[in-house]
Every structure is written in C-alpha cells, then in structure tokens.
Design a protein around this ligand. Structure first.
Ligand SMILES: NC(=O)c1ccc[n+]([C@@H]2O[C@H](COP(=O)([O-])OP(=O)(O)OC[C@H]3O[C@@H](n4cnc5c(N)ncnc54)[C@H](O)[C@@H]3O)[C@@H](O)[C@H]2O)c1
Ligand SMILES: O=C(O)C(=O)C[C@]1(C(=O)O)C=C[C@@H](O)C=C1
Length: 371
C-alpha cells in the first residue's frame, strides 16, 4: 500500500468526476481542474472535490489523474509535471500507444507517468452523468513503460483498487489490440446498426424492444471523442471491422441464396442454412466468453424472475421491500415497459438457490409472478 490521501483530477467530465466521487467515498481529498468552468462547478457541487488553487502553494498530491480527451492528455501531463502537482501521474484515455508516444515526444517524465484506462464508462458525457460506482468490478488497464518507477506503478494500482476496479497490467500495443476487439470495433458496429434506424418509420421505431436497445446503447456516445479514439487505433479496429463486414456479407448472401430474391429459409440450401447457423452459434459462444461481475468467468449464475408491476409511483419500492423482507438479494434488475400500458415487467435476477423462495413469497404477497 502506498496510501493515496490526496489526488488531483484534471478533466471533470464523466470519467474524471466518477473517479473523484469514488475517491471521495474512500476519504481521499480531491482537487479538480477543468478548462470548462461550468463542468468544474457542477463536479464540485456533486461532491467530487474542490477546485485546485494553484496559487495556494499546496504540497504535491499523491497522484494526479488526467481525464481529458486523448489528444489533450500528453500536454496536460507535461504541464502538470512541470508544475509539480503530484508525485505520480496517470490518465484515463481509451487509447494508449499514441498517447504514450506523444508524451515521450513532449519530454514527459515516464518514471512518474503510468498510463491507464479504466474499463468502465457510459454513453453520456460530462459531470452530470458521473457515478461513484462506475468502475466497480471492472478491469482497469495500466500500461507502464520500461522507465516507470515501481512506486508509481503501485500508486496507480492502488488508485484502480480504490475505485473498486481490478488492475490489469499490459503493454500499450497489447492494450490497443485488446480494446479494438472489446470496445472500439463494437462501438462502430453498434453505430452502424443504430444508423439504420434513421431509415425506419415511426411504426417500426414504436416496436423497438430491449434487443435493439441493448445492441445500440453505446452508439449514443460522443462522436467527437469516438473519432479521436478510433483514429488513434486505426489498424486493429479496421481489421476487425473488415472481419465483421465479411460475416455480415456472408449472412446476407446466404439469406438471399443464389437466384432467390428473398430469404426463404424453408428452401434454403443446407450450405446457406449452415452458414447462418454457424455465425449465430459462434456469436453465442463469443458472448459466453465475456467475463461477469468482478472479472469472474461468466456463469449462468442468476435466475430471472419476471414480476408484473403496476405503472404507478412506489410500485418498484414495494417490490424491492418484499424481496428484502424475504432476505433475498436482488443481483440485477431490468424493467420492461411498453408505453401506454398500465403495467410493466420487472425482471429480477437472483441467485438460483433463492429463486423458488422469492417467487413463492412474492406470489403469496399478491404479486403476479411469472417464474
Ligand atoms: N466515455 C467513456 O465511456 C470512457 C471510458 C473510459 C475512458 N474514457 C476516456 O476518459 C477521457 C475522458 O472522457 P469522458 O467520457 O469523461 O469525456 P467528457 O467529455 O465527459 O469529459 C472530458 C473533460 O475533459 C475536459 N478537458 C478538455 N481539455 C482539457 C484539458 N486540456 N485539461 C483538463 N481538462 C480538459 C473537458 O472540458 C471535459 O470536462 C477520455 O480520454 C476518454 O477516452 C472514456
Ligand atoms: O459502457 C459503456 O458505455 C462504455 O462505452 C464503456 C467503454 C467500453 O467500451 O466498455 C467505452 C470506452 C472506454 O474507453 C471504456 C469503456
């Protein structure tokens, strides 16, 4: 343990404010900076810390976290190091190779700069979207260069842990390849699916269920930030997009079949059927490889209990209270609600061993349970 007691967060947007809030919860004193005074004020009002007063002659913080857009990071690190704001510096940028190369070019001290990337985020930006629990159970990549001081690496590792994340140390190149697969290419694919919705009429959009919401949520991200991320990781992302495109082309060709104008699966030749089934099967297996909570291997751990709830204030509170009274912890919850209907469905995810007891208790309490 190095003992982080004081931190400076530079960039009080979604990520910087979320890190600051997490640190505040652990009793760390936080000073904030942001060139946008409205963001800085809001982050402070949310309890993320106090503005850094450069003239106050404060002693250096234990760590400074640069949570600015990737292109700004090297300059901010260089400036912060010149001003001696902290003993250790880290960043949050979603790409690492280009940021490190530019930091080196600018003469940053790489013994105290430990590049990082918390793998938690949202499709929203700015301090108003920040959450103290954003990094809970997520990985947090650390990419120290060969020059890094082990104490600096230990401090950056402690930062990740204080935010509830699991530190993973790897090279910048390995990081950029990995996030191309698990974050950057998926983002572009989600945008391509979401962009198709522009051509849909209101009737089609009204039928949107949870599936399309799940697949397109991240497409709501800031295009300017994402362009910066993608242009800093062009090779690995382009290669994956070409592979995804080949799968999609193959599926479209198989569905149309040679000489057929439409997808008539009943007459589809075996090879076309097999092509599509193979893609769906590979997709299912790929999805199963995504680790679950706290980085553990994903298991079909939770049983989902659908419960009909009236669309009225307090209904969800009463449902949760009933689960609490039955001593059952709700691990996750999703609410499916169709506009215009007087009821919704709360999908309660619980440990399998608790499912029967909870279903019984809720049914006895008058809830409409559809286990
Ligand atoms: N959005 C995500 O899901 C996510 C997840 C992990 C990491 N990141 C990375 O975190 C960083 C911040 O992203 P965000 O989503 O919080 O964006 P954001 O737009 O919410 O916040 C960025 C903040 O940085 C400030 N800023 C701009 N230039 C600055 C400078 N020179 N010095 C200090 N602050 C400056 C902006 O005013 C803004 O308040 C990016 O590098 C991004 O790649 C984003
Ligand atoms: O959950 C989300 O909304 C995110 O987009 C988070 C996400 C990701 O792709 O997982 C996005 C970009 C970051 O660099 C890290 C995390």
């Amino acid at each position: 343990m190095t003992g982080i007691e004081r931190a400076v967060v530079m960039g009080a947007g979604l990520i910087g404010t979320s890190i600051a809030l997490a640190l505040r919860e652990r009793g760390v004193e936080v000073r904030l900076t942001d060139p946008d005074s409205a963001s800085l004020r809001l982050a402070c009002d949310l309890g993320a810390g106090r503005p850094l007063d450069s003239d106050a002659g404060e002693r250096p913080a234990d760590i400074a976290i640069i949570a600015a857009p990737p292109a700004a990071v090297p300059e901010v690190v260089a400036d912060a190091q010149r001003r001696g704001l902290a003993h250790v510096y880290t960043d949050a940028a979603s790409v690492k190779d280009g940021v490190i190369a530019e930091a080196v070019r600018r003469g940053c001290d790489m013994s105290t700069f430990v590049p990082g990337h918390p793998m938690g985020g949202r499709e929203k930006h700015g301090p108003s979207a920040a959450r103290a629990d954003l990094f809970l159970g997520r990985s947090w990549a650390l990419c120290p260069t060969a020059k890094a001081d082990p104490v600096a690496v230990a401090t950056a590792t402690e930062l990740a842990r204080l935010c509830g994340a699991e530190p993973v140390t790897l090279s910048a190149a390995a990081h950029d390849r990995a996030v191309a697969l698990v974050s950057h290419a998926p983002h572009v694919a989600a945008s391509a699916v979401a962009a198709r919705l522009l051509g849909g009429d209101d009737t089609a959009l009204a039928l949107a269920g949870q599936g399309v919401r799940d697949v397109t949520r991240i497409a709501g991200g800031d295009p300017g930030l994402w362009w910066e991320i993608l242009r800093n990781n062009p090779g690995p992302v382009a290669e994956l997009l070409e592979d995804i495109a080949a799968d999609l082309h193959g599926a479209a060709a198989a569905l149309r079949g040679p000489g057929r104008g439409s997808a008539d699966t009943a007459d589809a030749p075996a090879s076309d059927r097999e092509y599509v089934l193979d893609l769906l099967e590979r997709g299912r297996r790929g999805h199963d490889r995504i680790p679950g909570k706290h980085g553990a291997q994903r298991t079909p751990a939770y049983t989902v209990i659908p419960v009909v709830i009236p669309d009225e204030p307090g209904a969800l509170g009463r449902l949760f209270a009933a689960a609490g009274a039955a001593h059952v912890n709700i691990e996750d919850v999703r609410i499916d609600h169709s506009p215009g209907l007087p009821v919704g469905v709360a999908q309660l995810a619980v440990l399998p061993e608790a499912a029967d007891a909870l279903s019984r208790t809720l049914a006895e309490g008058g809830w409409s349970v559809h286990a």
